[in-house]
Design a binder for this molecule. Sequence first.
Ligand code: FAD
Length: 337
Amino acid sequence: MDRYVSLNKFNTFGLNVTASFYCTITDASEIFELIKESVFKNERKLILGGGSNVLFLDDFYNGLVIHIENKGKTLLRETAHNVYFRVAAGESWSDFVDEMVQCGYGGVENLSFIPGTVGAAPIQNIGAYGTELKDIFYQLTAIDLITGEKVFFNKEECEFGYRTSVFKTRLRDRYLITHVDFKLNKHPEININYAALNQFLYNKGIVNPTVKDISNAVIEIRKSKLPDPSVLGNAGSFFKNPVIHNLLFQNLQQEFPDIIGHKESNDFTKISAAWLIEKTNWKGKRVGNAGFHDKQALVLVNHGNATGRELFHVAMLAKQAVIENFSIELDMEVNIA
Ligand SMILES: Cc1cc2nc3c(=O)[nH]c(=O)nc-3n(C[C@H](O)[C@H](O)[C@H](O)COP(=O)(O)OP(=O)(O)OC[C@H]3O[C@@H](n4cnc5c(N)ncnc54)[C@H](O)[C@@H]3O)c2cc1C
């Protein structure tokens, strides 16, 4: 257990935060010892992966940061159609995707180049370009931080939804995920339903894309749109796209014919939070060193030495503007610590 450790390199907003207690988990078995320690029992706790979806409000995290760094990948079994892999929570998500793509296994290619760890991926059911983690998820292994029990969660038990799971809702902070099992396809079914991806491949003249083509396309699109956190601190989309009732959507459409929405179910439509932020003039706007990105309105960025509170303040100003203009309340995608 270390004291007063800088988390500057461990959060993609690049905030200068110090943790009063800090430890790393390099092997899942270490958790059983950790939970017996008095610091674990008495202090506030944060499980940290790559820190790409966390906003620290203060410069000092008064508690214990448990940094997940266990590594390893195992092929569990193989059938005529599928391969099942168990991947340690501390592995890089992006490296795992690259490895699967190189092998020609299908299912993860649309999720290329998302920062962070494998263990954090189920927390918000990461998603991009028409695919979500749940589409290739098989089960996960976790440790109950109250009882110390090792438990498995299947897909249903994870209660995956749009950028959410049971670990973000009723079981928040209760479990530490140690491994995630994936089911990948040996005969990939390509998913190019997402308009921007489809258009990109069309422009490149790629007619029958392979998983490698999809992965390359996704990486190129992402690099052109999203700021690199090592250059401009950010945590990707700060807010979720709100899902609203069709009646409200139709009302908004009459007033704003260019509003962007996609049918979510029979009664509900998911609308673009980036569009809402742009319409309230927050795209590219900054207050001091905190602001919203000029190419992607949904990305809150640290232009320099903004504090966590300054970033949060700007996010709340944009949220308030959206409420006042559209009567829609944006939910945060990023976790506040
Ligand atoms: C440039 C950029 C682009 C992004 N694009 C996308 C995108 O397209 N789609 C998308 O869904 N997300 C995106 N994100 C958000 C982020 O990459 C994902 O949410 C990612 O899964 C976070 O992983 P992490 O390891 O960094 O998690 P952290 O930020 O370290 O943690 C996130 C949350 O998970 C918890 N947690 C982490 N590991 C564990 C564990 N092992 N057990 C239990 N709890 C844990 C933490 O306590 C915290 O609440 C983007 C972020 C950036 C910076």
